[in-house]
Design a binder for this molecule. Structure first.
Ligand code: MTE
Length: 326
């Protein structure tokens, strides 16, 4: 991606940053490990959650239950890094700009229209989306095509919950995600850095995979604007740009949809964009990555894993030449 890097150090304009999150996050993690699988533990887990929330005035909490299948035991990226080092071109192309500029985004009221090749098209408001399925916390690694990665506790549910409700027709082969296109709320739309609105797409079986998360929150709170409020995708086995932010429409199609980065640079960004250390970007290697937060002078890069380590998706691509379908 043709983006400038900037040092990460922007302070968020709300008081949640006054308390170092790392302190309660590590404590909460410890209690969570104990909590999985026991009723007494669950009570402790709730207490830990409440404690965390009480220390983040200004941010709207969002209750969820940790899904033990995705309780990834890896150090989580600090909240501050995850919310000040972002790609959200509708608010600027510099990593620090979304945190500074996304205050103009109004995530309430919000609707998502589900249309196209479905028997039951519907427009859902945020409340309906929040209630559509039980909210889970899932800790996912997300790797950007630029060569950095983060570990984030997302809140949401498998997109398949929503797909089943709208009953796709036999013609539905792909799903297209269309994001907000409003110059009043998104100053970056005035610059033709990408074709707007930002669009993304998945094959139906990818969209139905349990790992595919429709996300409404992170770190126990609703999504911050710069992270794609109020609703975004999270696809941990694909490069970060597949995880469309601030979605307003989900359309089921017969044909493979166009996607923002493929339109911008088809030779560099394909439709699939699975994390793959064996397929280099034309301008750089994809064999290793920098974990945000491990930036010290002597910090070692990590080896990038096939599908970002989520091998459960491998069968979706059986028989496909992933050098051709990058
Ligand atoms: N969604 C929209 N609407 N606009 C964007 O510019 N950037 C993508 C993706 N989703 C983007 C988007 C890219 S390049 C990445 S790496 C991830 O969002 C970054 O998500 P994060 O800022 O929450 O880490």
């Amino acid at each position: 991606m043709l983006i400038k890097r900037s040092p990460n150090g922007i302070e968020l304009p709300f008081s949640s940053e006054i308390t170092p999150r790392e302190v309660f996050e590590s404590r909460r993690d410890f209690i969570r490990q104990m909590a999985v699988g026991s009723i007494a533990g669950t009570a402790l887990f709730e207490m830990a959650n409440r404690e965390a929330f009480s220390q983040t005035p200004g941010a709207q909490k969002l209750a969820s239950t940790l899904n033990p299948a995705y309780a990834l035991i890896e150090k989580k990226t600090a909240y501050k890094d995850a919310t000040t080092y972002n790609n959200f071109y509708e608010f600027g192309t510099d990593k620090s700009e979304p945190a500074m500029n996304a205050g103009t985004l109004k995530p309430h009221p919000w609707t998502v229209t589900i249309e196209g090749e479905v028997k039951k098209p519907v427009t859902l408001d945020l409340d309906a989306l929040l209630k559509l399925a039980p909210l889970e916390e899932r800790v996912y690694r997300l790797r950007c095509v630029e060569g950095w990665s983060m570990v984030i506790p997302w809140i949401g549910y498998s997109l398949s919950n929503l797909i089943k409700k709208v009953e796709p027709t036999g013609n539905a082969k792909f799903v297209e995600f269309i994001t907000l296109d409003d110059k009043k709320q998104m100053p970056g739309l005035r610059r033709p850095v990408l074709e707007w609105p930002y669009v993304e797409g998945l094959r139906m079986d990818e969209a139905m995979h349990p790992l595919t998360l429709l996300s409404l929150g992170m770190y126990g709170e609703v999504l911050p604007n710069q992270n794609g409020a109020p609703v975004r995708m999270v696809l941990p086995w694909k490069y970060g740009f597949k995880s469309a932010k601030s979605i307003v429409k989900i359309r089921f199609t017969k044909e493979q949809p166009r996607t923002a980065w493929n339109i911008a640079a088809p030779g560099e960004y394909g439709f699939y964009s699975n994390v793959n250390p064996d397929v280099d970007h034309p301008r750089w290697s994809q064999a290793s990555e920098r974990r945000i937060g491990e930036d010290g002078l002597f910090a070692k890069k990590r080896k990038t894993l096939m599908f970002n380590g989520y091998n459960e998706v491998a069968s979706l691509y059986a028989g496909m030449d992933l050098k051709k379908f990058y």
